[in-house]
Design a protein around this ligand. Structure first.
Ligand code: AP5
Length: 216
């Protein structure tokens, strides 16, 4: 099964993918984390992506599409995965469809997690992330047991460079511009399901599971 999680920055894509991954055993592939890992490791790809990621702009399609298609061709995700953060442009959506079709596969579902902009800004301002295992916390909504320390792996949590107010503004603007064409693309294919992302984490998970029903 191939599923896409669509949603503006802070909508809860990563939070929900981590929960669903354990529950339905579908691997989680996130382009944002792939870029951050390459930046941490200082690879050529990381050096190219860094100015875009840290300022909140989209990394150009020619870099992003190659990286994602390479990742989903690897054996651990060869039978399906949940994509978080990809596609973000129509070019990326078409490239994904073409790559899956060339391999005799297809996308099953695109789930849009809908959250109002004010709530997104509040969530991103209070987010703390784990550099080691990728776990995500919020200082009031989902605090770690011990402040600043990851519950899963004990690493020191950090605040992402692109969660600073100016980068958040840029991310929201850029993503808002690209969102409607993407939603239309998947709506026309009959694959779009919209989920209310504003409730408690567990309620949002239920909405996502409803979207997946019939696809398993
Ligand atoms: P990426 O890492 O994908 O960032 P994003 O889309 O901006 O998404 P986020 O990770 O910020 O949010 P999320 O929806 O996962 O929310 P989360 O679960 O963390 O991309 C980063 C950058 O990489 C991009 O800006 C771009 O530069 C580049 N990039 C990535 N993909 C690209 C692509 N395809 N093309 C080009 N460039 C690309 O939750 C947020 C907070 O809210 C957390 O604190 C969490 O605890 C809290 N929270 C979650 N759910 C709830 C809830 N229900 N109630 C209350 N709080 C909640």
């Amino acid at each position: 099964m191939y599923v896409i999680l669509l949603g503006l920055p802070g909508a809860g894509k990563g939070t929900q993918a981590a929960l669903l991954k354990d529950e339905i055993g579908l691997a989680h592939v996130t382009t944002g984390e792939l870029f951050r890992e390459n930046i941490r490791l200082g690879t050529d790809l990381g050096k190219q992506a860094q100015p875009y990621v840290e300022s909140g702009r989209l990394v150009p399609d020619e870099i992003t599409i190659g990286m994602l298609l390479d990742r989903i061709s690897q054996p651990d995700v060869a039978r399906g995965c949940m994509l978080d953060g990809f596609p973000r442009t129509l070019e990326q959506a078409r490239a994904l469809d073409e790559a899956l079709a060339a391999d005799g596969k297809r996308l099953d579902r695109a789930i849009y997690i809908r959250v109002a902009t004010d709530e997104l800004v509040r969530r991103l301002a209070g987010r703390w992330s784990c550099p080691q295992c990728g776990a995500v916390y919020h200082e009031t909504n989902q605090p770690p047991k011990q402040p600043g320390i990851c519950d899963n792996c004990g690493s020191q949590l950090y605040q992402r460079e692109d969660d600073k107010p100016e980068a958040v503004r840029t991310r929201l603007e850029v993503n808002l511009k690209n969102l409607d064409p993407l939603l239309d693309y998947y709506r026309q294919q009959g694959k779009l399901c919209e989920a209310d992302g504003e409730g408690e984490v567990e309620a949002v998970s239920r909405a996502l599971r409803n979207c997946l029903e019939g696809e398993r």
